[in-house]
Design a protein around this ligand. Structure first.
Ligand code: ZN
Length: 380
């Protein structure tokens, strides 16, 4: 009878639960009901997996990774350069975090109220509130609303941190999940369980970045990979875990391995859920395999390159999607006056082309704020 590898529970009846090998929050789909009991699954899911998911949230959100249940997640509480707070809706659309209401006493007497709301419904609610304090005619005020939308003229800043003991524990759990999923004997990796449970420290998770990515990638491809290697001859058992084709770790699971020889890979595109067979050969340096955490490694420039690639892919996906949606919207609006089966009139066609060019010019300027300054300069 299968047992939970982190506690004495048998995996039967109420205790059975499906554990994701890679957390579902970052797009992992593979699961097994022969790993953790329901209790441990939820405890470590909310605990260490939650920490990993939170650290990687900027990427899951901007790439619009959908969980098996639920939709893409917003990124909240980001500041623009001037300090204004925004949320990124669906990881892409900036929206003021809170509505703004300014009261200003006029010299001529009376109070001027400036309200910036994020939608009409919110505006109505705020106006109703204000009307309780000041005697105003809400319906009349509503006619004065100016609706504005456009591209942001300043960047939104984002900072993130990947690391720490809980993140390392979550990465080690991915490796152990995959080992046991592949028929590995839990006794081989038993010494790592107190680490997963947070009862002791073990330096078994180390960043491992090489000049050339060890996982072969197509252009623009983003993958999560778990590659497991067990060699009874070398007495080694380790896993290489790479998330978002960027964050890469070696997890040293045992240096006294006596099980059967293993080489297994789980490689998934978290955007599509498709899995791949990749030919991977990894021979990490010994110091990573024998649990000597090494900080002398010069990882920063490689990490920067990997991040740059990841952000470039995020950016391309988001702008392609936006151009598509916006162009479709403008074209549909342009054709809306033409009955089906009829040819669009010359005037409507000219108007449509003009609308498209005006929008596209605005979009291009927003992509390159310096060109905006240049345009402003010319206007003066
Ligand atoms: Zn358990």
């Amino acid at each position: 009878m299968p047992k939970c590898y982190l506690c004495p529970n048998d995996l039967t009846g109420e205790n059975v639960s499906k554990e994701h090998i890679l957390p579902n929050a970052i797009g992992g789909r593979l699961q097994s009901d022969k790993l953790l009991c329901r209790n441990c699954n939820s405890r470590f899911g909310e605990g260490i997996d939650g920490v990993l998911a939170k650290q990687l949230l900027p990427f899951s959100s901007m790439l619009q990774i959908k969980k098996q249940r639920g939709e893409a997640v917003d990124l909240k509480n980001l500041a623009s350069k001037s300090g204004e707070k925004y949320n990124l809706v669906d990881g892409q659309k900036p929206e003021l975090m809170n509505p703004k209401v300014d009261f200003k006493k006029e010299e001529t007497g009376g109070t001027r109220v400036n309200i910036t709301a994020r939608n009409i419904k919110e505006m109505k609610q705020i106006l109703a509130g204000v009307s309780r304090k000041y005697k105003i005619n809400v319906d009349e005020m509503l006619t004065q609303i100016v609706e504005k939308s456009g591209y942001m003229r300043e960047p939104i800043q984002m900072s993130f941190k990947i690391g720490g003991k809980d993140m390392e524990r979550a990465v080690a759990k991915i490796a152990i999940n995959y080992f046991i999923y592949n028929g590995g004997n839990p006794a081989e990796v038993e010494h790592t369980f107190p680490f997963i449970k947070g009862e002791m420290e073990l330096p078994i998770v180390n960043p491992y970045l090489t000049e050339q990515n060890l996982i072969p990638h197509e252009e623009g491809e983003i993958l999560h990979t778990v590659h497991l290697v067990g060699s009874p001859e070398k007495r080694q058992l380790f896993a290489y875990v790479q998330l978002f084709s960027c964050f890469s770790f070696v997890v040293s699971l045992s240096s006294n391995y006596s099980g059967s020889s293993i080489s297994a890979t789980y490689c998934i595109n978290p955007l599509t859920g498709l899995t791949f067979n990749k030919n991977i050969i990894i021979t990490p340096p010994d110091q990573l395999l024998y649990g000597k955490q090494c900080s002398d490694y010069n990882l920063v420039p490689i990490a920067q390159e990997r991040l740059k690639r990841l952000f470039a892919i995020v950016d391309k996906r988001q702008s392609d999607q936006h151009i598509n949606e916006k162009a479709t919207e403008i074209v549909n609006a342009g054709f809306s006056g033409t009955p089906e089966g009829e040819i669009i009139s010359k005037e409507d066609m000219e108007k449509l082309i003009e609308d498209l060019s005006v929008w596209f010019a605005e979009y291009l300027v927003s992509r390159n704020p310096e060109s905006d300054e240049m345009f402003d300069g010319e206007k003066d």
